[in-house]
Write a protein that binds this ligand. Sequence first.
Ligand code: F6P
Length: 329
Amino acid sequence: MGRKQIDRIGVLTSGGDAPGMNAAIRAVVRAGVYYNKEVYGIFRGYEGLIDGDIERFTARRVSNIINRGGTILKTARSERFRTPEGRKQAYQNLRRYGIDALAVIGGDGSFRGLKVFADEFDFPVVGIPATIDNDINGTDFSVGFDTASNTAMDAIDKIRDTASSHNRLFFIEVMGRNSGFLALYSGIAGGAEDILIPEENRGLNELLFQLKRSKRSGKTSSIVVVAEGDKTGENVFELARYIEENLKEYEVRVVIIGHIQRGGSPTTFDRVLASRFGVKAVEALLDHHTKVATGYRNNDVIIYPLEEAIQAPKKVSTKLFPLIEILTT
Ligand code: F6P
């Protein structure tokens, strides 16, 4: 725990954007101003920190953004921040502006860089989990996940209409390079016949078995939700080809929902979560906590070590797996 008084707080968004990041920025800025501190917006993530792309933010500067997707601070995945030279430059810019603490809104990659930086310069930092992947360890939910899973579910609902009209089988790819949360939640909510995720490769035969079973049970159309990082096939098109060749009764189509899942107005849940995280992050810094992340557990907002947040990606709940089989009977 550092003990130097905090007068100026910097805030940035980093990594893939997530709906609700703006609500988190707003909360950090407003909480900082509420506690009579100065808050500085840093643009383009760690890239802007290295380049000195920094602006003093007033409470009014964040008006009318709570409802907006994306991030007004813009974001980036910074290669330069991975280098000691880049981080040194970033530190010098913080010193130049007299910024004595940093709040980073982003995912596990961003937190990893933040931890290295904080260790290197003994600089007070806090991480605010925001990623549609929901894969940050130690928090039940990350900002953006609820909105993204609702967006994916809406798309699945629409595809269901056309799937059932044509008696077709659809493979729908949702985002998640290393994580199956989005696929699991949107798949269960969208009534998917099967859900394929990177964490659990059940193999092509098992998928075929499941689809044959559903055909036998009288279903005329089906939806399979596939996470982007799933390894059951080479990619979603190969999966579709395999099933089409081995299950001639079905006409198969593929839809990749893509970056639509990253945009859009955040849900109530994400706005409230982001607001609570932002305020908690500022309070944590002012209480001289450092190298912590804000988290959501048991309907409460907490802080916990950044180390725990980055030690490994959060595991999907295996409790959901049996549900899929039961619900697709
Ligand atoms: O981490 C969020 C995420 O949307 C992943 O689900 C996805 O694999 C990745 O970002 C895509 O990254 P990019 O927008 O850089 O292509």
